[in-house]
Ligand binder design. Structure first.
Ligand code: PMP
Ligand code: G9A
Length: 403
């Protein structure tokens, strides 16, 4: 049977995610994986969760196992709204929508905003899962390069003007401003304010995706872009995936009430509601004080892993490799010298039983061929050293071949 003729036009623009495809490969125990943005499973708070799950079942079992509201259970929305205040974001529970992972949040945003042929603006490089979520809506991407301080907002303004001349108004600007995926950089406060000013001046929406903002290894937290927004044009996303456990598939969006209502209708057809049991558990986990303790614990666990990875890159990669030490998050971004294509090199790396995500996967317009994203949260320090040593060998061989 020829299924191709039956598939929607939309499916032609869909692409499998390198991260998802590689997850299967890298789950093989003998591969050292720096590929997926996986939390360290040794950190999962299993004992605390046993306590919390029992409490939830004893106290709220009948509600927790039932369908819940599409927007999410009120208790969790309240708890998250209160936590927003600590980050300078003004929100009540009506400004919160619980989603099945931020990945669903991105898709629902695509659903409510994007028509085929629309244009959106993203960072170069940007989160691959967002590229795939938005690409399915048959849109055009415009990219703004990053520097060590995140999206270059001066270039953003130029781009908006250039598009205006062609009669194009971008539907939104998507940014991961804090410990960016994949590049690890942080946008400082001055740029955040400038970005909000630009959005106000040109009447645009900003989507701020922030899964990593709490994973800070040194220095101060930078306030979310959303905290500078007085006009309800910044939509903020965060998730329990990196600070608790991705298996929960639990995340949230903070936005104006009007947007939350629209997003909620967009979400109804996807899953009716997010896993109610997981919401009760997460709420109890926070209320019992476990979440803040857990975040402190994983920060202490990930910092030395980050240090080990950066140290190993300095030791084993060619001396003119560019790799800045990220101040937080889960990723190091390395750009290696010469004409090496990290996508091609991947096969050699797999032969050496080490995996990463090649740089091109994060670019909407080409670019990134000699870069790679390396996750440091998942592997032990010993395996980080060994994996980077193997990669160093692969790179050295490739460089010799290309001469
Ligand atoms: N946005 C970014 C920037 C991410 O890095 C991730 C996960 N790697 C997501 C969204 C999706 O997260 P979730 O597990 O909440 O779906
Ligand atoms: O496993 C996933 O798809 C989530 C991880 C995202 C990432 O590696 O950026």
């Amino acid at each position: 049977m020829n299924l191709e003729r039956l598939f929607s036009k939309r499916t032609r623009t869909m692409r499998p995610s390198e991260i998802r495809e590689l997850l299967k490969l890298t789950q093989q125990p003998d591969i050292i994986s720096f590929a997926g943005g996986l939390p360290n499973p040794n950190a999962f708070p299993i004992n605390e969760l046993q306590d919390v799950v029992k409490k939830v079942l004893d106290k709220d079992g009948k509600l927790a196992l039932q369908y819940g509201p599409t927007e999410g259970i009120r208790a969790l929305r309240n708890t998250l709204a209160n936590r927003c205040a600590k980050d300078g974001i003004d929100a009540t529970s009506d400004n919160i929508l619980i989603t099945t992972g931020s990945q669903q949040g991105l898709d629902v945003l695509g659903r409510i905003f994007l028509d085929p042929g629309d244009t959106i603006i993203v960072e170069l490089p940007t989160y691959l899962g967002a590229i795939n979520a938005f690409r399915a809506y048959e849109i055009n991407f415009e990219g703004i390069p990053l520097d060590k301080d995140g999206m270059q907002v001066d270039l953003l303004e130029e781009k908006i003007k250039e598009l205006q001349k062609k009669g194009i108004v971008p539907k939104f600007i998507y940014v991961v401003p804090t410990f960016q995926n994949p590049a690890g950089v942080v946008m400082p406060e001055s740029r955040r304010k400038k970005l909000v000013d630009i959005a106000n001046d040109y009447d645009l929406i900003v989507i701020e995706d922030d899964p990593y903002g709490k994973l800070i290894y040194e220095g101060e937290a930078v306030k979310p872009i959303k905290s500078f927004d007085d006009e309800g044009r910044v939509i903020y996303l965060s998730t329990f995936s990196k600070i608790l456990a991705p298996g929960f598939r639990l995340a949230w969006i903070v936005a104006s009430q009007e947007l939350i209502r629209k997003l909620s209708v967009g979400k109804q057809a996807l899953d009716l509601c997010t896993n109610t049991f997981a919401q009760f558990i997460a709420n109890e986990f926070i209320e019992s004080g476990y979440l803040d303790l857990h975040i402190m614990r994983i920060i202490e666990m990930y910092r030395p892993k980050r240090d080990k990875m950066i140290e190993a890159i300095k030791k084993y990669f060619p001396p003119d490799t560019i790799c800045h030490k990220p101040r937080g998050g889960m990723f190091a971004w390395a750009t290696i010298p010469g004409n090496i294509d990290t996508e091609e090199m991947f096969l050699d790396a797999i032969k050496e039983k080490v995996a990463y995500i090649h740089g091109k996967a994060f670019y909407v317009n080409g670019g990134g061929a000699n870069s790679m994203r390396l996750n440091f949260s998942y592997s032990s320090e010993e395996l980080i050293e060994e994996g980077i040593r193997r990669l160093g060998r692969v790179i050295e061989r490739k460089l010799k071949e290309s001469k």
